[in-house]
Ligand binder design. Sequence first.
Ligand SMILES: Cc1cc2nc3c(=O)[nH]c(=O)nc-3n(C[C@H](O)[C@H](O)[C@H](O)COP(=O)(O)OP(=O)(O)OC[C@H]3O[C@@H](n4cnc5c(N)ncnc54)[C@H](O)[C@@H]3O)c2cc1C
Length: 312
Amino acid sequence: MFDIERYHQAADLQDAAAALCADPQAILIAGGTDVLIEIREGKRAGASLVSIQGLAELKGILMEADGTLLIRPLTTFSEITADPLIRQNLPVLAHAADQVGGPQIRHVGTIGGNLCNGVTSADTASTLFALNARLEVTGPAPGWERQEDMSDLLLVKRQVPIDEFYLGPGKVALQTGELLTGIRIASEDYKGYHGHYIKYSIRSAMDIATLGCAVNCRFDEGCRHVEDLRLAFGVAGPVPMRCPQTEEALRGMAVGPVLFREIGRRAAEEVKPRDSWRASKAFRLQLVRELSRRALQQALDDAKGEGGQAHA
Ligand SMILES: Cc1cc2nc3c(=O)[nH]c(=O)nc-3n(C[C@H](O)[C@H](O)[C@H](O)COP(=O)(O)OP(=O)(O)OC[C@H]3O[C@@H](n4cnc5c(N)ncnc54)[C@H](O)[C@@H]3O)c2cc1C
């Protein structure tokens, strides 16, 4: 049984924001794969829900005039993995989305929900960190007041870099009435880059990550040197995180054994994993060392496959 007090199906984005402002305790629901489980477990029992499921304006993937890729939040994991624009330009994200749960969850769960639940293990989050994603948040204009009829509510948009979106475990930078309405990846953050995501989990399917590692790397022509490197992790700290000091140290480094040793050694000094019933801190640090090396190797192999010469 689901203990739900009230359910409102929003007609559009305006209606969703107005309903959330009218009832600040109401919970926004997209695919419901997190929210409904929490209600069923009793954590959010008696909640009122505002549903955005089916709103066409919040669904889909497109390329903007300057080459920026825009992913709307209601796009499901299956749609991301199958999308031609994503497969061609962001294969690392297609792969990360394909690691989530099982087919049923991937058909229903959305990328917006995966970010807005604020969970460090979210499979698409670390990849979006490594892609410097910018989030579009839409909500009431500052100074709005709660009234009986909120239909005239004025909405405004703001842009939030993904690393400023996560405030703590389960907590993201959304105020009352605000929704995530877009995820943008600029062309300079994916063109010429090769990325790879590795999820380590206890079971190979239907299990959340014990550790997730995303690499997004640009090599010079011939793949002799690292021109730019982004390294991000899930479950290596309370929220998804980048390793800026490791990235800085490896920028410009020659491709070879030192690079592959240093990425893991430095990253392990930067992350902050903890002990949990899934894995010890020591095991997670070992995963950080090993998965960062393997993800970089795969990114290099992919780069070479596109015409670079072998110089590993
Ligand atoms: C069996 C099972 C296995 C799973 N396996 C994995 C896994 O392997 N990897 C993984 O990462 N996740 C996994 N999940 C978690 C879940 O599927 C994802 O987090 C999913 O992306 C949530 O999306 P949703 O649309 O279902 O979100 P919902 O449950 O609808 O919402 C989740 C949260 O996000 C908020 N929200 C949703 N959309 C918006 C928006 N546009 N603006 C503002 N707030 C919003 C909601 O208010 C809520 O707080 C699993 C879940 C289940 C049940």
